[in-house]
Design a protein around this ligand. Structure first.
Ligand SMILES: [Zn+2]
Length: 208
């Protein structure tokens, strides 16, 4: 009898917690289509280190590999593949990016806001790293992918997580890389807050 009551009590607590999480997710979902880590079945981060906001930089990437994904199932798989590559092969704490955007037009949670990333040396503790899943050297991401990135940035600014005077750049402006792909890079030059600044350093010569 005691076990039954305990079990029932625990179930009640579980339901309350679940509903609170759903409420939070729904409040975020009002402004952008969002896929939390538990939805894409993320592995736990090995370590989480935070930095204070508001965040001054937004840095745009492409994944190159994995290729563009079109459904929730494909994009969740792409997230898992990237996390596995970053955690296992590169030995990082977690998937390198703060967020990724899929061809399904949804924002996938990576490390999240205000967590030190592994996507742009010297900028990991002062930026939001957004990966547009796919190879964007020759092709442009779909309008709904671009809209999702803009919605994410707007969400951050509206909630004072991203600085209202943020600077938007591409990965190649911080280190030698073709990322985020020539075609996408031409595109982001037209986005609000893009700054034609070049602060390129060979990451092999610096500590982070
Ligand atoms: Zn990149």
């Amino acid at each position: 009898m005691l076990m039954v009551m305990t079990s029932s009590g625990m179930r009640s607590i579980f339901i309350v917690v679940s509903m609170t999480l759903i409420t939070l997710k729904e409040s975020m979902a009002c402004s952008l289509p969002y896929v939390g880590r538990e939805i894409w079945d993320a592995k736990p981060a090995k370590d989480v280190q935070t930095f204070p906001g508001p965040i001054p930089f937004v840095i745009i990437h492409h994944s190159y590999i994995p290729a563009a994904c079109n459904t929730g199932k494909e994009c969740s798989k792409a997230m898992q593949v990237m996390q596995e590559m970053h955690q296992q092969e590169r030995g990082w704490n977690d998937i390198g990016y703060s967020f990724a955007v899929g061809g399904d037009g949804r924002v996938y949670e990576g490390r999240g806001f205000n967590v030190i990333g592994a996507h742009a040396p010297r900028y990991n503790n002062k930026s939001v790293g957004i990966c547009m899943i796919g190879d964007w050297r020759f092709d442009l991401p779909s309008e709904k992918m671009i809209d999702a990135v803009q919605s994410l940035i707007e969400y951050g600014v509206r909630n004072n997580i991203i600085a209202s005077n943020y600077t938007l750049i591409g990965h190649r402006q911080t280190r030698p890389t073709e990322c985020p792909g020539d075609r996408l890079f031409e595109e982001i030059k037209t986005w609000p807050h893009f700054v034609d600044m070049w602060d390129v350093v060979d990451p092999n010569t610096i500590a982070t």
